[in-house]
Design a protein around this ligand. Structure first.
Ligand code: NDP
Length: 294
């Protein structure tokens, strides 16, 4: 029978754990952790993501602030905001919500974030430390996927983990994380992308299949091995006149056809998304502890 990798339920559990930790810290006289977000422009999805991060921060007792900048903000103005956040001792960690308007160079922005406040784990120093297995902030979505597997008791050691999608924020760091020499990883990893030949022959070998390609309902049952653990990172809003809302949310996988084949699956929504936010909270707490030597 197919079991659900219920990200929503697990996120509530972990948020309760974080809230208890924050309560203990504030009871002991420390200030609460502070997570800040920078949002440039009015992209609807980005505004929703930032609002969710703000809401989750409040739920666990963090201080949260959002720096909203206009669409026509210059790169220099954005870099000045980042430098301000880098130097504000009251802020433990911050994210710059991506994507940025086209006139701003994303890499310049990421390179300006102080690594000790880079709770998204996107700066070159953090990525380098992650690859070397040194202390770092692990990027939020890969960390969330790893947590989702581990906390549901899914063994990874010796398993073949096939990841489809090699972006810098999901596939590439996840490939590193899952192949680490540690009990919660130790997978043999295959990383696929748009130039991969015979994709289905590789995905069919997966004990753990992670799909992060940004193509609605791309993966069908002919690409999945019976009994596989399936993690669908994709999230899309498709127009649907039959729904009251006018749309439906789908992932990168055709769930109605694929799920019955699998041992475990992430729902969309309510799978990877909630754990991505929780990972950001965990990284903020880690930054806070480092700043306060706690
Ligand atoms: P990107 O667009 O940055 O990367 C997509 C990757 O998929 C690329 O490596 C690309 O290959 C590969 N790809 C695209 N089409 C195919 C194909 N037909 N066959 C094989 N590989 C393909 O995407 P992201 O990693 O940023 O996001 C992926 C999805 O996950 C999106 O739907 C996004 O919204 C979602 N997402 C969800 C999160 C969550 O918390 N739930 C967090 C982050 C993302 P190539 O490199 O060759 O171009």
């Amino acid at each position: 029978m197919t079991q659900l990798l219920d990200g929503k339920a697990l996120s509530i559990e972990i948020k309760n754990e974080i809230a208890n930790t924050v309560r203990r810290l504030t009871d002991a006289g420390h200030r609460p952790p502070h997570l800040a977000a920078v949002l440039v422009g009015n992209d609807g999805a980005s505004m929703t993501y930032v609002a969710n991060k703000e809401k989750s921060s409040h739920e666990v007792g963090f201080v949260s602030s959002v720096y909203r900048l206009a669409e026509n903000t210059t790169e220099q103005e954005l870099l000045a905001t980042i430098n301000f956040l880098n130097n504000d001792p009251e802020i433990d960690g911050f994210i710059v919500q991506l994507p940025l308007p086209k006139h701003i160079n994303e890499q310049n922005v990421i390179n300006t974030i102080a690594p000790q406040k880079d709770i998204d784990g996107f700066t070159p120093l953090n990525i380098g430390n992650m690859v070397l297995g040194r202390p770092c902030f692990t990027p939020a979505t890969p960390l969330g996927i790893s947590t989702l597997l581990h906390r549901n008791g899914i063994a990874t050691e010796g398993k073949h983990c096939v990841i489809v999608g090699r972006s810098n924020i999901v596939g590439t760091p996840l490939a590193n994380l899952m192949s680490r020499n540690r009990e919660t990883a130790n997978c043999t990893v295959t990383l696929c992308h748009s130039r991969t030949a015979n994709l289905a022959s590789l995905t069919r070998q997966a004990d753990i299949l992670v799909v992060a390609i940004g193509q609605p309902e791309f993966i069908g049952p002919e690409m999945v091995k019976e009994g596989a653990v399936l993690v669908d990172v994709g999230i899309h809003r498709l127009p649907d006149a039959s729904r009251k809302s006018g749309y439906r949310i789908v992932g990168d996988v055709r769930h109605s056809e694929v799920d019955p084949l699998c041992s475990w699956v992430t729902p969309v929504p309510g799978g990877v998304g909630p754990l991505t936010i929780v990972s950001l909270l965990q990284n903020t707490l880690q930054a806070y502890r480092q700043h306060h030597n706690l």
